[in-house]
Design a protein around this ligand. Sequence first.
Ligand code: F6P
Length: 537
Amino acid sequence: MDSAKASDELTALPEWRALAQHRDRLGDLELARLFEDDTRRAERLALEHDDLLLDYSKNLVTEETLGLLVALARARGVPARIADLFAGEHINASEDRPALHVALRAPAERTLEVAGSDVVSQAHGVLARMASFCEAVRSGAWLGYSGRRIRHVVNIGIGGSDLGPRMACRALAAYTDTDLQVHFVANIDADDLGGKLAGLDPAETLFVVCSKTFTTEETLANAHAARAWLLGSLADEGAVARHFVAASANLEAAGRFGIDPALCFEFWDWVGGRFSLASSVGLSLMLSIGPERFREMLAGMHSMDEHFRVAPLEANMPVLLGLLGAWYVGFYGVSSECVAPYSEALADFPAFLQQLEMESNGKRVSETGEPLAHQTGPVVWGQSGTRGQHAFFQMLHQGTRWVPCDFIGFARGHARVADHQDRLMANLFAQSEALAFGHTGSPEQSCPGNRPSNTLLAPLLTPRTLGQLVALYEHKVVVQAAVWGINAFDQWGVELGKQLAGRIRQEIEAGGVSEGQHDGSTRALIERYLAQRDPGD
Ligand code: F6P
């Protein structure tokens, strides 16, 4: 913790203290005992909304714990925070603006005024433009500069301008009904961009430059390199307007790059990057699955939005998920959470959640800037099951520390291959059972059990289900931020590194480290790099 002056507003609350005393009374609560004592526990500690079933019975909680957690949520103003989110209040205090991603998936008949204009109709206006562009590209009506059909789409973006559409394109690959191939380039890594472009024909390639600010170093460097690659073959500046489109809140900068204003798909400063999948940031996804499927995803998000907005706290899926996470962080000293989707299509979901949760809630000061006396967002990590089982699950079962897990699974897969789905799901159920109830054998073989998890089940990974899952975790973040008293919508912590990298890059360009700059380690590392780098650079 930061200092003796740290804000203890949360931990001084009677509701927090009641939870602390309750935790002491619970002692070593045993999941096995809880299930023995209450044969209806699995039924009672489960919640269904739309396609999703959340089984939260394998958590180290009693009914009393849940009641106390809900009381804490009330004391921390979670209901008011939810209302403020949907009303467009400036809940992003440090940047003095709303976080209105829910408006992006609201039905067209809704209205929500921000600074005198209706953001829902703005969002639908852009969606309609995206839809007609995507239809044109998908049908072949939109042709490249030399009259050839577009066959490859390259999304250039990073962070929220990459992780959401990348994750969703993979998740919904079964819904791709075109031979368009969508590629993603995020890193400023010549091997990545060069490798991706190597197989492509410029005449058949469309670049989607995805950047809220249109100032992000990696994205702009990649976009300029892609532009040079295109012009190297289609030697006419006019080709840029035919092969580059943008998703951005900075239309001016996109225009300066040479993108036709008619092909700049706008989103707004009230959409946070990591909450932007439903905006024009989803353009590559829409190109891949088509506007109708994209709208189904938005409908799934809206369904979860409405649930979050109106369901009572004790039967509210994002609220419960958020409170359970906060329970372990606050009262068991837990510092990480694992997510394991039993679906290769959702293999990028953990990476998506890492940005969503850690960039949002990895904060050390309160909304008003005081250092906090309590812990906030944990490390989020994971991998698809069953792959993770053959990598890190050993630690989950027998390590000296335990990690709460979220398992995500589906009753059906899109492809039918022998009994693969049954085997996959048998593994999911076995893992949560083994974590919770363990096994007694020799010291090496024993698994202590009593390790908590949530399980989310749905019939099939559809666009609508994916929308519900994304919105569920987005709202979990909002709940936890309210409990911890932090701003989930800014990310000042990433700025320092960006500034330092800018200065170091200048030194590299100049071929030497400036006098008096850097610590001994950083200086020696840069000097070694300068000595070994490609002299042609
Ligand atoms: O550096 C972090 C960040 O600002 C993320 O929050 C954001 O999603 C990412 O960079 C990309 O930003 P942009 O969409 O403006 O290029």
